[in-house]
Ligand binder design. Sequence first.
Ligand code: HEM
Length: 194
Amino acid sequence: MSQQPPADTAQSILRVFEPLSRTLENPVALGFLGLAAFFVIRSFVASFSKGPEQFSMKSVQQTSVPAQRDFTPRELSAYDGKDEGTALYIAVKGIVYDVSKSRGFYGPGGAYANFSGRDASRGLAMSSFGTEMLADLDGPIDALDDLDNTEMDSLDEWAGFFAGKYVPVGRLVNPPEVAAAAAAVAASESKKEA
Ligand code: HEM
């Protein structure tokens, strides 16, 4: 059996709409209502379409992702912030980030200047900014396979921090000679297995 609302409930619902129907009959009130609706819709539309006056270089820097590219450790080292006109990059877990906006930290004289233009993974994992944390520029990328679980967790947290704060610009890759030597070893091993 379907339930009907009692008659007095229906009347009280209609009474709620009485002021609205009286407003719609009054031309002055109707005008105000129209004007209010116009401003609400206009601010709604403006929040979606950015006019040129709201378009700043800051928003371009934060939203545009530069073309992705590969960096060998030596190529990365050119972005160490020593040249003010060049971007400042550091690599964490194989991803190269643009940290130019934090020149105070990573630029010359900054607390973490040793990381700039370098793979900072081992230093972040082991909480040390000593130069002994940095791999040879022409050698293989640090495999980090000797890190214990705590160091690895710490590095993962830092990786999340960098991914959240900075724009990734590319990947860290082995120098061509190292990559070629590794490929040759892999090929001879698979030949031995066959
Ligand atoms: C003497 C001990 C240390 C002190 C007093 C210190 C202090 C600080 C402070 C105040 C910040 C800024 C935090 C913020 O912006 O909210 C910071 C950020 C940072 N610290 Fe340290 N720190 C120390 C050691 C280390 C070590 C050992 C490492 C790693 C090797 C490290 C790596 C970093 C990094 C990567 C940042 C983030 C910078 C960025 O925003 O890009 N710090 N530190």
